[in-house]
Design a protein around this ligand. Structure first.
Ligand code: 13P
Length: 248
């Protein structure tokens, strides 16, 4: 199973559902639709209405983040994984670099992942190095650290997805070379195998400037289980073209 996940970030109002409707109609009729799952993470304001609307439809809905406490707490503006689950969403992104910038530490992230899994959400956990770390050849160490400080053997690997998103690639049009990416994905999978002690490990996705053009290179990389897509997920045509070009 491959994953094509559209992360809308701070984009979308109620009538943006039209974009997802077009994508849903495409997926529903696509001859390859058994091979992949399309998921979208709209902002919190749209989570309940979109989750309800797309129940039993081809695409699934998730949240972009959650708070690191369990059910309810006195933290203004916070949303827990319990609340996300209760409006019908199925997934949650945790550890996106946007949130790491805002102060999410490994300890906070671990708590977010643990509570989300406890509340029966599937977690899309993001990792990735920045430009400076890449230049200093620190990518492997950074990624191993980001994984091992958060992911525990007791977590249910079936409900976890890892997304490698190099920060220097997000929204820049710059992407890792094929060789570089294969090496990194192998390293991530090796690290996960060590943690879980089994061959069965979470799926590993790539995110960062994925569009209908760059997908033509990424599709050659069999180690990749899918993609986390930002900018190109805000247009039905761009998103559909990514899937079409992947299976062409
Ligand atoms: P872009 O696809 O716009 O580079 O964003 C990637 C991303 O951050 C998805 O979470």
């Amino acid at each position: 199973m491959r994953y094509f996940i559209g992360n809308w970030k701070m984009f979308g109002v109620p009538n943006s559902i039209g974009i997802l409707n077009k994508i849903n109609n495409f997926v529903r009729k696509d001859k390859n639709n058994k091979k992949y799952q399309a998921i979208f993470t709209p902002p919190f304001t749209l989570l309940e209405s979109f989750s309800k609307y797309f129940t039993k439809k081809a695409i699934k809905i998730g949240a972009q983040n959650c708070y690191h406490k369990d059910i309810f707490s006195s933290n203004t503006g916070a949303i827990s994984s319990y609340m996300i689950k209760n409006v019908g969403a199925k997934y949650v992104i945790i550890g996106h670099s946007d949130n790491r910038f805002e102060g999410d530490t490994n300890q906070i992230l671990k708590s977010k992942v643990a509570y989300s899994l406890k509340n029966n959400l599937k977690v899309i956990f993001c990792i990735g190095e920045n430009k400076k770390e890449k230049r200093k050849n620190l990518t492997s160490n950074i990624l191993k650290n980001q994984i091992s400080k958060v992911i525990e053997r007791k977590f249910n690997q079936n409900n976890l997805i890892l997304a490698y998103e190099p920060i220097w690639s997000i929204g820049t049009g710059k992407v890792p070379s094929e060789k570089e990416l294969i090496r990194t994905i192998k390293l991530i999978k090796k690290t996960l195998k060590k943690i879980f002690g089994t061959k069965k490990i979470p799926k590993v996705l790539y995110g960062g400037s994925v569009d209908s053009k760059s997908i033509k290179v990424f599709k050659k990389i069999n180690e990749l289980d899918g993609f986390l897509i930002g900018g190109a997920s805000k247009s039905s045509k761009n998103f559909i073209d990514i899937i079409k070009n992947y299976y062409r």
